[in-house]
Design a protein around this ligand. Sequence first.
Ligand code: NAD
Length: 476
Amino acid sequence: MTTSHYIAGRWVEGQGSDCISVNDPALGQPFAELMAASVGQVDQAVTAARGALHAWKSTSASERAAYLRGFAEQLGQRREALITLQMRNNGKPRHEAEIDLDDAIATFGYYAELAEQLPSKNRDVPLAAPGFSARTRLEPVGVVGLIVPWNFPLVTSAWKLAPALAAGCTVVLKPSEVTPLIEQAYGQIADALGLPAGVLNIINGKAETGAALSNHNGLDKLSFTGSNSVGSQVMRSASAQCRPVTLELGGKSAIVVFDDCDVGQAVEWIVAGITWNAGQMCSATSRLLVQDGIAEALLPRLQEALENLRVGNPLTEEVDMGPLTSQAQWLKVAGYFATAREEGLQCLAGGKALDRDGWFVSPTLYADVPKDSRLWTEEIFGPVLCARRFATEEQAIAEANDSRFGLVATVCSADLDRAERVADALEVGHVWINSVQAVFIETSWGGTKGSGIGRELGPWGLSAYQSVKHVTRCLG
Ligand code: NAD
């Protein structure tokens, strides 16, 4: 790959010093490499976005909606290539790669519809005071930087790109260096659709490239999804420039299972919540709180279900779970296995890397994990589930809320009044009742506490790229 950056409507070679290896995690081998963008190229991308802003924000909402529908359609036309690339570079099982693609397509379609509704949101505001009229105008925030991680590349970028373009913003997108090829599709689609040059720019690179973008004084806003440690650096850059930032960060989410649940059904939800995408989900429900009355029946069934999962190379085998996406992530998860051994945790399943090439680990379950264990409190970002028991509803709520994160939670109970009551008491951005990881475009995405600032998806996702202006006129 030589021309891997899309700046001002042209594909250009990277002039940075970093060489990025693109790996197949199932083999632990690189299959492509590219040169990162230089700091100067980051500047060119921001300048291009600035240059394109006036014309793009002056387009009609229906014109922008037509481009967004074009993105949805063109993603569909690249279906097989994008599914295969996610399987190869992320290690996703086919059905997961398909769902990601469908989610990205639906996101562009959804924001096309919201874009078309925009003119009706610009309206008169009734005033109690006589002698004045006022009207609202929702304007684009301006030039936005979008920095994303590697775990759901198509989706995370779609959740930012589609509302930003719908609002009339121009963008500079920086994909993760772990999965730099997947979002190139968005540049190819921009080309195919004849999107005006500079409206969408894509620069690839590692931390240096991300920092050059988040520190750039030509941005009006930065929207970041990733780890808490980088998120706080991004927030520092935003504070230095006094400009808005959206942060979608990590999680350590609870799944609360009451003793009136069907054991088999609960096991399915628990397994899906920790092994989808090999547990590399900000929203992984990695803390299992199980009520005393069901624990003895549930834990052996859960152990069996995790041990029976088919783990392997999604490109060559029928699998339920693929490898971890990067060697760094594999080493990190292996480090937690070592910590668990040092802490003397009771391991009911897994707890080790697989003895084969590639970055595989076994789906893992630790039982009766102490509240102060690092495995209970820290985001691991792998298929590692920690369980604790509880006696009462109050205890379950207190333990679930006892976390510096607040992204999501799942509540499983046949008593729907109780489930709704617990959902209301949980300090998180999204609660699923008797379901798991059910993300809909119309509902919001984002967390409380250390899980971030702001919301994506739904109308909130669009508002994140809009600025409210009022025009007040004296009638006298
Ligand atoms: P990361 O923070 O290491 O990297 C994210 C992005 O930031 C990458 O593009 C990276 O190149 C860039 N970056 C690195 N250093 C930078 C710097 N100094 N300045 C600016 N940009 C920089 O995260 P990751 O390992 O790619 O992703 C995993 C993390 O993302 C997990 O913590 C996970 O919970 C989180 N995540 C959150 C959500 C959410 O919606 N809340 C979704 C997906 C992932």
